[in-house]
Design a protein around this ligand. Sequence first.
Ligand code: NAD
Length: 334
Amino acid sequence: MKYIYDDLKDKNILITGGAGFIGSNIVHYLNRYHGESKIFIFDKFRDNTTFENGNLTSLGHFKNLLNFKGEVIVGDLANSNDLKKLDKYKFDYIFHEGAISDTTCKNQELIIKTNFESLDYFINKIKESEGVLIYASSAATYGNSKAPNIVGSGESPENAYGFSKLLMDMKLREIIQNNEDENFKIISLRYFNVYGSREYFKGSTASMILQLALQALRNKKVKLFEFGEQIRDFVYIKDVVQANIKAIEVNKSGIYNVGSGVARSFNDIVDILKLHIGDFEVEYIKNPYSFYQNHTQADISQTIKDLFYEPRYTLESGIKDYIDEIKRIYKDTK
Ligand SMILES: NC(=O)c1ccc[n+]([C@@H]2O[C@H](COP(=O)([O-])OP(=O)(O)OC[C@H]3O[C@@H](n4cnc5c(N)ncnc54)[C@H](O)[C@@H]3O)[C@@H](O)[C@H]2O)c1
């Protein structure tokens, strides 16, 4: 069987948010395995602006793109003039990863404008080229609904970020219902808790795996919300890239969960980290958040069926694969 993704030669591929964690991993994958495809990145990168919560408003970093091959277009998703810079190009595939990814940002107007409103531009672009648009949705669309999380049920976000992603998915549902997507395809991937290489520049919004590992290496002690038993679906970046690449092949539009399919606790992360970096102390503290996801778990049955997605990493093997990079980050930031 010949896959389309065997042959991305000379295809124009846009990655929005390409300077961020997941986007840059897609860029490097394509550079490595599909070196003759033409890569374009659209990203705002970072400046000194912060949200009320003190976090940077955009988290892209040039260091995520060291040694990459392609073209960079700098722009803001929330600025229609910046998006016009893309007008002159025709893209066969668009991986739309750019977004305000900070789930604790309270600026509803900016989140919805940046994450949701900009989707229209990329839908029109992919319509024009009759290509495939794959965009990043999120497990935040499920809020605190009962797990396992199934596409189409319990879609009740608890924050503006999750709401912006659900709006994107509702728009896609409308397109599918009206059969508007005969000549193009749109795939929404609802990522769960992603961890792995190139997430360091997300700072305090990076995964619990990285944050706990760095706390343990630096202070020989980590802090967990009482009593570390909250369970989440942690999915390794290589599986997320796999889902994106496989989505290229899908012959119908749709919304898919991308997780490991298994929920693991913060205490599990601690136990696995201890195997790699030795013993450290755990201090349990009160959880200050009124909203906190206590159990997320992706139902990935449809993703396996339609995308042939197969998560290859458990929490154990994902951390094992990642730990050398974490140790390197620790040394470089000492
Ligand atoms: N990492 C996760 O666990 C996770 C989980 C669910 C969904 N997602 C989604 O996946 C996508 C990628 O997330 P990530 O973890 O790589 O986050 P990230 O913050 O590292 O990447 C987002 C990128 O978008 C860029 N960006 C932000 N605002 C922009 C704007 N106004 N204009 C142009 N570019 C802008 C940033 O500079 C950054 O490079 C996002 O859409 C995010 O919502 C991530």
